[in-house]
Design a protein around this ligand. Structure first.
Ligand SMILES: NC(=O)c1ccc[n+]([C@@H]2O[C@H](COP(=O)([O-])OP(=O)(O)OC[C@H]3O[C@@H](n4cnc5c(N)ncnc54)[C@H](O)[C@@H]3O)[C@@H](O)[C@H]2O)c1
Ligand SMILES: O=P(O)(O)OC[C@@H](O)[C@@H](O)[C@H](O)[C@H](O)CO
Length: 453
């Protein structure tokens, strides 16, 4: 391997997706030799413990219908556990560092229903108290780590920088900007003003289906490559990155690896979130209730496929990109979902539904209801999620699902559906036509009814 490139970027949340996407684009850019990452985990040290002994190198295995293609990615010049806050501050204060990419999951932004930093969460109030008493003390939440990293940069006079969100959130740059500024405001209003005036929060639509690593993948890498990798990453051949930002301190030439630099990401982001992620969530709940474990199994089930097509038809009506492109996008999605070499577990996608459904499904419901229609595909997703909260299908793994879980388990199904819908959007449960449709779809999803059919 060539020597590791110099650190000029930071990544927060070195999970599998970062290593299949932003790291891949960086490694494939024509100026890859100039751009290395200091990577930090989001919370647990699992990935940094695995990668540090390998000098940050790992095997990315692209799993196409034509087989497995391994490659070693070498742009993680440094890997650190989240707890190494001093290393984070050092990297932020380095004027050569120009970009911070982030993949900290949708819940990592700690947003309240109004999109502002949710100060009702203990992790937020604890971090505000910690940073308020010492700006270099170790904080743990993503907004706090970024804000206090920026405080170190300001103190060092290191100048402008770009924070580039790569999470599945609409307007993810603005989402990041708001929570970071809210955190800074709570600790030091002058810092908040400096961030608002100096820091570029870039937005991106990110796409590459990247499941979790399995022991089988590690064995496959050993068989194909002859080395032992403690943390290889599986991914699909398809990849897309649409980015809007100013990048005042520079950036790798990601466009030479296929990224698209645009002024407005929203149309691409909507299509991806509503069609890909929306149908993923539908399959995660409805497919697992029907006994499937993976996306491939679920999309090959004609009943699930029918629900997905219905859901896509509803969402597509409200996309602004040309309809012929949307049709092609949906056809390509079917192929991607059917990829027999990608094992994407529905249980993984089912995580954090209380946050994800709000951005993946609610926008279409609102548009369809405003047009006077009851969207049956969307209602199927809501029905399946409600049944999932009541114990059917994939297990519930959602730190913020407390109110929805309480609502879902508080009585018979017809009584709980309005309450569950209200946890997604206040007032949604009063939409009697939608509630009736959700109940009809729930009856179809009941395993006994499915078996009898
Ligand atoms: N996997 C994909 O196919 C894919 C595709 C597009 C976008 N994404 C985005 O990337 C995110 C991460 O996906 P992944 O596949 O890398 O998952 P992963 O489980 O491999 O890694 C998740 C990373 O996020 C960190 N994290 C988790 N909760 C956090 C929190 N509350 N605060 C801060 N950090 C936290 C973890 O420590 C880890 O570093 C997704 O949530 C999504 O927004 C993933
Ligand atoms: O990563 P999440 O948890 O936001 O969502 C699960 C999947 O829908 C998602 O990872 C997709 O595979 C991905 O967004 C494809 O680009």
């Amino acid at each position: 391997m060539p020597p590791a490139p110099p650190v000029r970027m930071i990544h927060l949340g070195i999970g599998n997706f970062h290593r299949a996407h932003q790291a891949w684009y960086t490694a494939h850019a024509e100026d890859a030799a100039d751009w290395g990452y200091a990577g930090f985990t989001g919370n647990s040290p699992r990935i940094s413990d695995a990668l540090a002994p390998q000098d940050g190198l790992y095997t990315l295995v692209t799993q196409g219908a034509d087989g497995d293609h391994p490659e070693v990615i070498g742009c993680l010049a440094e890997v650190h556990p989240a707890a190494d806050h001093e290393a984070l501050l050092t990297a932020f204060a380095d004027p050569k560092v120009a970009v911070v990419t982030i993949t900290v999951t949708e819940q990592g932004y700690l947003r309240g229903p109004d999109g502002r930093l949710d100060t009702s969460q203990d992790v937020v109030t604890d971090d505000i108290a910690t940073a308020g008493s010492d700006p270099r003390a170790a904080v743990v939440s993503a907004p706090a780590r970024i804000a206090m990293g920026l405080a170190a940069r300001r103190a060092a006079g290191a100048g402008a920088i770009t924070i580039l969100s790569c999470d599945n959130l609409p307007a993810n740059g603005e989402a990041a900007r708001q929570v970071v500024i809210d955190f800074a405001e709570a600790v030091d209003p002058e810092l908040a003003a400096w961030i608002a005036a100096t820091v570029d929060f870039a937005t991106s639509m990110v796409d590459r289906i990247t499941p979790a690593t399995t022991p089988a993948l590690a064995a496959r890498v050993e068989e194909l490559c002859g080395w032992v990798d403690a943390s290889p990453v599986p991914t699909e051949p398809f990849h897309e990155w649409v980015v809007a930002g100013r990048f005042p301190a520079g950036r790798p030439r990601w466009e030479t690896a296929g990224a698209r630099m645009v002024d407005d990401v929203e149309p691409y982001e909507q299509r991806k979130l509503w069609l890909l992620n929306g149908s993923h969530s539908l399959l995660a709940y409805a497919g697992s209730i029907r006994g499937h474990e993976t996306v491939e199994q679920a999309i090959k089930d004609p009943v699930c496929r029918g629900w997905v097509e219905l859901f896509w038809a509803e969402a597509s009506r409200h996309l602004v990109l040309p309809q012929e492109e949307n049709v092609a996008y949906r056809q390509a999605l079917v192929e991607r979902f059917e990829n027999p070499n990608i094992r994407h577990n529905l249980a993984q996608i089912a995580h954090d539904g209380s946050t994800k459904l709000v951005v993946r499904t609610l926008p279409t419901i609102r548009e369809e209801r405003a047009a006077g229609r009851v969207p049956r595909g969307c209602a199927t997703a809501l029905a399946a999620w409600t049944l999932h909260l009541r114990g059917l299908g994939a297990p519930v793994a959602d730190r913020l699902a407390g109110p929805a879980l309480e609502a879902a388990t508080s009585g018979p199904l017809d009584a709980v559906v309005p309450k569950v819908l209200d946890t997604l959007a206040p007032g949604l449960g009063s939409d009697t036509a939608l509630v009736a449709c959700v109940l009809e779809q729930a009856a179809l999803l009941d395993p006994e009814v499915v078996q009898a059919g």
